[in-house]
Design a protein around this ligand. Structure first.
Ligand SMILES: Nc1ncnc2c1ncn2[C@@H]1O[C@H](COP(=O)(O)OP(=O)(O)OP(=O)(O)O)[C@@H](O)[C@H]1O
Ligand SMILES: [Mg+2]
Length: 251
């Protein structure tokens, strides 16, 4: 079975069908992109996959297990992690602390043992710090570990969010417009980083408007339009599809 399987997913906001009749599956170890015009339902889909929004109907399976109604923290623990379209960085923390927030998903220490600062907790914290440092290093950010997030440029903060989502050691990473606002050099670095993530064994679900990036790195592309699947295929297939050209890509 595929790593992720979405069956007949629907999300209605009043009379608006933000996601409608949507079925697809994502095989392990690929870069799978979701594209489509503004308001097509891409972010809503991510919110459904992580159960930030409950679907109106339909079901979601991850690694053969139904996750449709699991609370977000359980979904995260099973191995789905995400970055956000709008930066979700804590500006009052340094870079390392921001990434450590992501690791606490995996941390086993309970509230009481944490408050008492038992040796097991101190050991756990060391481990969390180490995992965060590794994630920062993986994203090429080891040198800013101790810099306040508020002092870091936008391009670095976008990478910092990726580092945090990786620190939780996901099997599936959802990235919502990671290239938005990046310059050409930063976009090229991002492209390299996304490939590195995939090569490390993490399946990537990418929402992105930067078409040259999408066409360059994706194995599969799903095109959403008004919440519905308009087309799915390889970059070559999608670029040739007349309906996709008319709705989104243009001539
Ligand atoms: N919480 C909500 N309440 C009501 N309507 C919503 C809500 N969230 C999203 N929508 C609507 O659902 C539709 C899909 O929005 P969504 O944010 O998923 O689009 P998107 O494909 O991510 O667009 P963009 O490319 O601009 O980020 C839009 O019409 C949006 O206004
Ligand atoms: Mg969006």
């Amino acid at each position: 079975m595929a790593l992720l399987e979405v069956r007949e997913l629907e999300k209605h906001f009043g009379g608006l069908k933000a996601v409608s009749h949507l079925s697809f599956s994502v095989e392990e170890n690929m870069i799978f992109s979701i594209i489509g015009p503004n308001g097509a339902g891409k972010t809503t889909l991510f919110n459904l996959l992580t159960n930030i929004y409950s679907p109106t109907s339909g079901s979601i399976f991850f690694d053969s297990k139904e996750i449709t109604h699991l609370p977000p923290y359980r979904i995260a623990r099973l191995g789905i992690s995400r970055t956000f379209q709008n930066l979700q960085v804590f500006l009052n923390m340094n870079a390392l602390e921001n990434v450590m927030v992501g690791c606490h998903l995996r941390s086993k220490a309970g509230l009481i043992s944490s408050a008492l600062r038992l040796p097991s907790v101190i050991e756990e914290e060391k481990k969390v710090r180490q995992m965060a440092l590794e994630a920062l290093d993986f994203c090429g950010l080891a040198h800013v570990a101790h810099s306040p997030a508020s002092s870091l440029p936008y391009g670095i903060l976008k990478k910092l969010e990726i580092a945090r989502s990786l620190a939780a050691k996901p099997r599936l990473l959802l990235m919502d417009e990671p290239a938005a606002g990046l310059n050409d050099t930063e976009t090229a670095e991002l492209c390299q980083l996304i490939r590195q993530i995939r090569d490390s064994g993490i399946t990537v679900l990418l929402v992105e408007h930067n078409m040259s990036l999408v066409m360059e790195i994706s194995q599969q592309i799903l095109v959403l339009n008004y919440g519905q699947l308009l087309a799915q295929g390889t970059p070559e297939e999608v670029q040739k599809n007349q309906e996709v050209i008319a709705a989104y890509l243009g001539e």
